[in-house]
Write a protein that binds this ligand. Structure first.
Ligand code: SF4
Length: 567
């Protein structure tokens, strides 16, 4: 309801934040309540800022209902890993925590983070404490704050990659919330007295209107999917030196079925800054969104809508007013892919780096395929680091010449997929977690996409396209955690077994796809894709990508901007 001045009322979440005393709420009381495995509703909102979500095992819902039990509540915990870099010791700690307190799986997310699923309330605090002991944390991994800052994978590939990864860490540290609530609640830190003032200089007590995502890409690879972020930086290199960044604003994937006022959006490239201004520019743009984002309608609260509503000229003027950030004209850049380079590469300093394909980002020992064990054994001897990639894979980085054969031996012993024997479609696949834990999922994603790819692979093989790179992404709902609207073949769950099929995104993450067919099942997906794939095999031009082909041949219209996604 509007007030007398016709100012829209803040959304209920804004009121929860306002009354939370800087994200404390009654989380401690909820944790101590032995009568339920869940948290109080307001605390369910607040714990997201601390890096955890309440979920329930939806596979067991019916059975539990029958037994007159509450749903089997458990918690997702997301571990913030700026630029995706972890030590071998940290890897071992995450691996062991997933076995001890989680569901024995380790999810590598599309934002270079670790995710545990299935953690029971009684183990939540212990797990977060153990994560902090390993010098990682979960603060701001979720919630209306800046999330994990992504970066082109492998900072050890070149000095430029290293410099850019350092910038990602600087931004992450600068934009981390300052509230002491996290330490009080999870780490038994000293309580801030009731009336005592706490400083949250960047965010204020309401934090941001919605989540805020930042990524950095180093052309020609767009492996961080930079244009899907609220704020992005594209590294500009001249004569072998990093000189600065093009800034991108207003990317975001989510939309709501049936609501055309919501849409995914590819970010606009709005200017250039010299490299030393990256933290200052990040702060200005975050403050712009803090002050101008929509706080009454969460579905329209992301920066992408603020930019479309207020216009780019206002944006430029405001960030200049906030802290003097002035954007210069964009510099030239070129992307050629969004994917990871699998297998071994050697960097100029002589180290080796091996990118392991992890299907759906899910590390689990299952059906005789012991990828989780293999990486644990590698971590036990590895003297370098592990890098989580934005494509849900992992790089075993900084391997010495002496260690290379030892690591290779473990990979071979466990037959860990090195991506050479699989289709390029599978190599370029992403799936969100979806069922059984995600409460928003309408359909399967991570558990099902591998099976669907088996069938599409047969069509590709029959058309001699098995090794032609095509991107495919599946999510259980249109919230877009797996960035499905930037895939050449996008599949988004509508109901159990039914998906919307989207086609026509660019292979480089610079153009969204478009709805091709609604509510299709597996056989229909294969029936729809087969003739298009066959046509692609016969009529594509040299090096033409599938997403460009389906537009050239009129299967779908090109989506030239987010607001035309539904047109
Ligand atoms: Fe859940 Fe939807 Fe995100 Fe998938 S995209 S994890 S179904 S919210």
């Amino acid at each position: 309801m509007d007030n007398e001045q016709n100012i829209p009322s803040p959304s209920p979440i804004e009121i929860i934040k306002d009354n939370s005393n800087y994200l404390r709420g009654t989380i401690n009381e909820s944790l101590a309540d032995p009568l339920t495995g869940g948290m109080q509703p307001n605390d369910q909102v607040l714990i997201k800022f601390h890096g955890t979500y309440q979920q329930q095992d939806r596979d067991l819902d019916e059975e539990r209902k029958h037994q007159k039990l509450e749903p089997l509540y458990s918690f997702l915990i997301r571990v913030r890993v700026p630029a995706g870099v972890t030590t071998a010791e940290q890897w071992l700690a995450m691996d062991s925590l997933s076995d001890e307190y989680g569901d024995k799986t380790l999810k590598l997310t599309t934002r270079q983070a670790f995710q545990f699923h299935g953690v029971l309330k009684r183990n939540l605090k212990k797990t977060i404490q153990e994560i902090n002991k390993s010098l990682l944390d979960t603060i701001a991994a979720c919630g209306d704050v800046n999330r994990n800052v992504m970066c082109s994978a492998n900072p050890f590939e070149s000095p430029i990659h290293a410099e850019v990864a350092e910038d990602a860490k600087k931004i992450s540290a600068h934009l981390t919330p300052r509230t002491n609530a996290y330490h009080e609640i999870w780490l038994d830190g000293k309580l801030v007295e009731g009336g005592e003032k706490e400083e949250e200089p960047l965010y204020g007590k309401l934090y941001l209107p919605r989540k805020f995502k930042i990524a950095i890409a180093i052309p020609p690879r767009n492996d961080s999917d930079v244009l899907s972020n609220d704020l992005g930086f594209i590294a500009i290199v001249e004569d072998g030196e990093l000189i600065g960044y093009n800034i991108t604003v207003g990317g975001g994937m989510a939309y709501t079925f049936g609501n055309t006022a919501t849409y995914p959006r590819v970010a606009d490239v709005v200017g250039y800054i010299p490299k030393e201004k990256i933290v200052e520019a990040s702060e200005a743009i975050l403050i712009f969104q803090r002050d101008h984002g929509n706080r009454s309608e969460r579905k329209n609260a992301r920066l992408k809508y603020t930019i479309d509503r207020l216009g780019i000229h206002f944006f430029h003027a405001e960030i200049k007013r906030i802290n003097g950030t002035v954007l210069r004209p964009n510099r030239e850049y070129h992307f050629d892919s969004m994917g990871d380079k699998y297998g071994w590469i050697q960097s100029a300093d002589g180290f080796w780096h091996y990118t392991v394909f992890v299907e759906g980002g899910k590390l689990v020992d299952k059906n005789g395929y012991l990828a989780k064990t293999a990486l644990r054994e590698i971590a036990q001897i590895h003297q370098g680091t592990f890098i989580l990639t934005g494509n849900q894979n992992v790089v075993i980085a900084q391997v010495t010449k002496t260690q290379k054969p030892l690591i290779e031996k473990i990979l071979k012993k466990f037959k860990v997929i090195n991506a050479t024997g699989i289709s390029s479609l599978r190599q370029n696949s992403i799936a969100c977690a979806a069922l059984p834990y995600c409460g928003l999922a309408f359909a399967e994603a991570e558990r099902y996409l591998p099976t669907l790819i088996d069938r599409i692979d047969q069509v590709l093989e029959a058309n001699d396209l098995f090794k032609v790179p095509i991107s495919i992404r599946m999510t259980g709902c249109p919230n877009g955690c797996g960035r499905p609207f930037l895939a050449e073949i996008g599949l988004v769950g509508r109901a159990p077994g039914l998906y919307n099929l989207y086609l026509g995104a660019s292979f480089t993450g610079e153009r969204l796809n478009k709805l091709y067919m609604e509510m299709v099942n597996e056989d229909q997906i294969i029936d729809l894709l087969s003739p298009i794939i066959q046509h692609f095999a016969q009529a594509r031009t040299k090096d033409e990508h599938f997403g460009d082909f389906v537009i050239r041949k009129g299967y779908v219209k090109a989506t030239t901007a987010g607001k035309y996604f539904h047109a």
